[in-house]
Design a protein around this ligand. Structure first.
Ligand code: ASP
Length: 405
């Protein structure tokens, strides 16, 4: 019976149940929270071997250095452009709506316990080069794993075929196996999501109304900007640049998008994103396995947009008028900060300290928006994943691929 209901409907039903359950029986969520932990553990288990094998197989599939250079340039170009679009939308709306003017500063929460990053962008960039790849894998440090995998894949095509071929076959096989495991884990998404979301709802159920009431305009500004980017700009880019059908693509992406929404983690969602873009939207493995892991780590349109609105909101709340030049600095640092943010819950909020210090705003400002970060994180993560997937289709089309969308 359950099998006949499509997976995305199962997930939506699970979401609905978890909201009702979390609100009505908050004391009992501890009995179901293990399903969420289990699901997240299974996804984490997949990520490192999947990303490594996926990138090696993708890079070796791309072939020559010239092709690899072209793919990299296109991918990074697309990611920069969409992030800039997102940031501009965010800045326009926050300047128009001014949600922070007259905001209640007494609502601020202490930011203790939040590991505010002290790294500069340069340090973050430097850390992409691993000093010990095994250690990076143990820590699950995705940028450095990706960096090494690209090198490894590239030079696997440069050694004598008798050495290169078995390695390439091996990693293609590992990738195939990891995708099979992914597809198995996907079946448990509704149960996992039920465990995750009912905990979030139960933890926040008491002050839900107050939080939303006081921070309503700020939240609406973020939601409106995310909607403009996700519903208008990205589909338009898909249509114009990729000559693709965004409606069909969004249907294909329903499971990863709902998972991104529920887990607030684009890294955890990555296996599901690869599955949907490759097997449903029909983008080749060569493209998905290169573009998507890179996107999950560096392309965060939703996060960049959110950070701009949040910083300007904080400035408005403290009565600080940011000049055009300072807003330009916010723009650039938001772009860099979104690249540096990991695909995990709250990463965007933590790394925002870089932008606040760049324009001289107090770091405590983060306390102002802490209470409503989770629901906004859910939404921005979905947009992050959506943008990666649109990028994969656009790049595939530009490479002359025939897809299903
Ligand atoms: N949670 C987001 C993601 O995984 C990052 C963020 O906090 O903005 O994509």
């Amino acid at each position: 019976m359950l099998k006949r209901i499509q997976l995305h409907w199962q997930i939506l039903i699970a979401l609905l149940f978890s909201i009702v359950f979390g609100i009505t029986l908050p004391g009992y969520v501890k009995y179901v929270s293990w399903t969420g932990d289990l699901f997240l553990r299974a996804l984490s288990m997949i990520i490192v071997p999947l990303i490594f094998s996926s990138i090696v197989s993708g890079v070796t599939g791309i072939g020559s250095g010239k092709n690899l250079g072209r793919m990299t340039a296109k991918t990074i170009g697309y990611y920069m452009i969409t992030s800039l679009f997102a940031i501009t939308t965010g800045l326009l709306l926050v300047n128009l709506i001014k949600p922070g003017v007259g905001a209640d500063l007494g609502f601020s929460r202490a930011v203790e316990g939040l590991a505010v990053t002290g790294d500069t962008f340069g340090q973050t960039l430097l850390r992409i080069i691993p000093t010990n790849i095994i250690e990076s894998m143990v820590r699950g440090d995705l940028p450095s794993i990706i960096f090494f995998a690209i090198f490894f894949g590239f030079f696997a095509t440069r050694v004598e075929p008798k050495y290169g071929e078995p390695v390439i076959t091996f990693f293609n096989a590992v990738f195939g196996i990891m995708m099979k495991i992914t597809m198995f884990v996907i079946k448990f998404t509704p149960i996992g999501i039920f465990g995750i979301v009912s905990v979030i709802i139960a933890e926040n159920s008491e002050n839900l109304a107050t939080i939303f009431g006081r921070m309503g305009i700020y939240m609406l500004t973020v939601i409106a900007a995310l909607a403009i980017h996700g519903i208008i700009i990205l589909p338009l880019l898909m249509k114009i640049l990729g000559k693709a059908n965004p409606l069909q693509h969004v249907k294909n992406m329903s499971v990863p998008l709902l998972t991104a929404f529920s887990t607030s983690s684009s890294s955890a969602t990555l296996p599901l994103t690869i599955e949907a873009v490759e097997f449903k939207s029909g983008v080749s493995n060569k493209t998905t396995s290169f573009v998507l892991p890179l996107g999950a780590t560096i392309n965060m349109d939703g996060t960049a947009l959110y950070q701009c609105i949040a910083v300007l909101f904080i400035a408005q709340a403290y009565g600080v008028d940011l000049s055009i030049l300072q807003q330009l600095i916010v723009m650039i640092t938001a772009l860099l900060a979104s690249i540096g943010a990991a695909g995990i819950p709250m990463a965007g909020l933590v790394i925002m300290s870089i932008i606040l210090s760049a324009v001289g705003l107090p770091l405590e400002g983060i306390g102002l928006i802490l209470a409503v970060d989770r629901p906004l994180d859910m939404l921005r993560t979905s947009i992050n994943v959506w943008s990666d997937s649109c990028g994969a289709v656009i790049i595939a089309k530009s490479e002359g691929e025939v897809t299903n969308v």
